[in-house]
Each structure stands twice: as structure tokens, then as C-alpha cells.
Design a protein around this ligand. Structure first.
Ligand code: C5P
Length: 241
């Protein structure tokens, strides 16, 4: 399958046209950015790590009843996805307080959030991805009331599935960000599910195995990502015989 013209270049992924109608080719690049693009680097193999992990989770979620844009892998850093119209929302689920929530609100890092907290940010770098409440989402016409309810339920379901999965690997899923898009009448999970878009802590030591390693210079980010990939590979060997 040949890549067509470049349609969109994000901070870490490039989207190309596909020879097949209704599909796109998503290439996970080795670029890494943080703080709205202020910090930038390239790490060889990072695209492959994130594509492999995303493909695994899209497949895992599909098997558990969540509809996603994932079609198939073309190579270790490239996947075919369904062509959607993205909904400009970053939906964040939090199980433990960390990151922006501890800066904007009086939560302490590591504080348990039970039940989990879902926050919705408007995806717009020029505005600093401002937080939206339900009324603003409806007023902006981004979703209907029913769609908003359904997306929150789906997000909680994804959170439960991923939380339990990582729990088995002795990791805490602190938080993650997902995005959805429209595909005909359906709303599908899109974008990626990778170490770039979640926080993962070791259950005992609370060491980070995610983009915070890069954001806050906590060590070698490729080693951290590699450990998650290795744990998932081990899980696959045990469970997908
Ligand atoms: O920055 P904040 O603490 O709000 O991030 C919450 C979670 O969402 C983190 O796992 C972070 O990596 C992810 N996130 C993301 N893309 C953004 C903002 C947050 O993947 N633009």
C-alpha cells in the first residue's frame, strides 16, 4: 500500500492519503515535543514504540467492544486508519492527580481520584487547549447531549479496561488523553494511545514510564518507553498464544 499526499502533519504523527477511499495512512514519527512544542527532540525508534503500543491497545479495546479507527499496521511505525472528521476535544481521564490538575486546582500529586475524573479540553494550541464544561461543549456544537453522555461512558469504559490491564503489569495508569472522530454516523476512538498520551507509574516506586520522563528530564525516555513495550510483549506471549 503506497502513501499518497501529505494531508496533515502533527507534532508526532503525519497523515497521508491512502489509495483506498475512506482510509488514511498514519505515520508515527520519532519526534517528541512537550510544553506546546517549546521542547523538541528526536529519538530513533520512538515512532515505532508508540505505533506498536497504540495498535495493541486499539486491538485490545476493539476486542472489548470499543470502536476505533484502527484498520491494520503497514510496518512498525505506520498504520492504516479510517478517515474521520476529528472532534476538537481532548478527553482526559484521571485516576491519580498529576500534571496540570495539581497546578490549576488544590490537588496534591499522587492523590487518588476515586471515582475517576474526566476533563474535556478544547483542542486549540493557539488558545492553550482551554478546559470546557458540558454547557460549553454543547454551545460550541461539538457534540449533542446524547453524544457527550455516550463519549463520557466510553471514556470511563476505556479507563477501566486500561487501568486493569496496567494493574496486571504492576503499573498505575495515572491519567491519559484520548480523541474521537466522526465516521459516517459513528463516533470512533482515534489518534493514539501511547506513552506520549498517558502517565504510567511503577506501583511500588511511583517511577514514571511515560512522557514525563522527557518533560521533566527524569532519565532516558527511550529506556522508559522500551520497558513498557517489553512488558506488553511479555503479556502478549502469555495471553495471545
Ligand atoms: O498536562 P496534563 O496533566 O493535563 O495531562 C493529562 C494527561 O493527558 C497526560 O497523560 C498527558 O500526557 C496527556 N495529554 C496529552 N496531550 C495533551 C495534553 C495532555 O496527551 N495535549
Amino acid at each position: 500500500m503506497e502513501k499518497g499526499e501529505l494531508i496533515y502533519m502533527g507534532k508526532a504523527k503525519s497523515l497521508y492519503a491512502s489509495e483506498k477511499d475512506g482510509e488514511l495512512i498514519s505515520c508515527f514519527r520519532d519526534d517528541m515535543t512537550a510544553f506546546n512544542g517549546e521542547k523538541k527532540d528526536t529519538f530513533s525508534g520512538k515512532g515505532a514504540y508508540n505505533a506498536t503500543v497504540s495498535a495493541f491497545f486499539f486491538d485490545y479495546l476493539e476486542k472489548n467492544g470499543v470502536k476505533t479507527h484502527f484498520v491494520k499496521m503497514l510496518d512498525e511505525s505506520t498504520m492504516v486508519v479510517k478517515k474521520m472528521t476529528m472532534i476538537p476535544l481532548e478527553i482526559i481521564a484521571r485516576n491519580v492527580a498529576a500534571g496540570s490538575i495539581t497546578k490549576k486546582l488544590p490537588f496534591t500529586e499522587g492523590q487518588l481520584l476515586n471515582p475517576p475524573v474526566i476533563v474535556t479540553d478544547y483542542k486549540d494550541d493557539s488558545r492553550g487547549d482551554p478546559s470546557l464544561n458540558d454547557d460549553l461543549i454543547l454551545a460550541l456544537g461539538l457534540l449533542t447531549k446524547d453524544e457527550l453522555l455516550a463519549l463520557k461512558e466510553t471514556t470511563l469504559k476505556i479507563n477501566r479496561l486500561l487501568y486493569d490491564f496496567f494493574d496486571e503489569l504492576d503499573l498505575i495508569l495515572v491519567d491519559f488523553k484520548i480523541e474521537f472522530g466522526r465516521y459516517g454516523d459513528l463516533i470512533l476512538l482515534g489518534d493514539e494511545i501511547s506513552m506520549d498520551s498517558m502517565r504510567l507509574w511503577d506501583k511500588d516506586t511511583k517511577e514514571s514510564f511515560d512522557k514525563d520522563v522527557y518533560r521533566y528530564n527524569k532519565g532516558n525516555v527511550m529506556d522508559a518507553y522500551g520497558k513498557i513495550v517489553a512488558k506488553i510483549e511479555e503479556w502478549k506471549k502469555e495471553h495471545l498464544k
